[in-house]
Ligand binder design. Structure first.
Ligand code: FES
Length: 101
């Protein structure tokens, strides 16, 4: 395991945290990992879509609300998390469908 100073790992891959990285979503994006984060990337209130769900120490967290800290180990790409994201996006979009009718 290669740990770089001021770095986080996502699914076992260590990556540097830069001063412009405000959240885990930013670090992931700069390293080619697309954490789905519509409310964050569209400038909406963070934490409202629940799509950027990740695990830190086996606890569910939202990547758009977590500041990257040195040594943080994040789990992102698992079948269970993919399924959870799919369900959360479905629920997130549901009110939009109702509002359009
Ligand atoms: S981007 Fe919507 S909860 Fe994180």
């Amino acid at each position: 395991m290669k740990v770089i100073s001021n770095s986080i790992s996502i699914d076992g891959k260590w990556m540097s945290v830069k001063p412009h990285h405000k959240t885990i979503v930013d670090v992931a994006k700069d390293n080619g990992i697309g954490i789905p984060a519509p409310c964050y990337l569209q400038g909406r209130k963070h934490g409202c879509c629940n799509g950027c769900v990740i695990l830190i120490a086996d606890e569910e967290k939202y990547a758009c609300t977590i500041k990257p800290r040195n040594g943080l180990e994040i789990v992102f790409n698992t079948p269970d998390l993919k399924e959870l994201r799919k369900e959360r996006f479905r629920l997130y979009k549901e009110p939009l469908k109702v509002a359009k009718n």
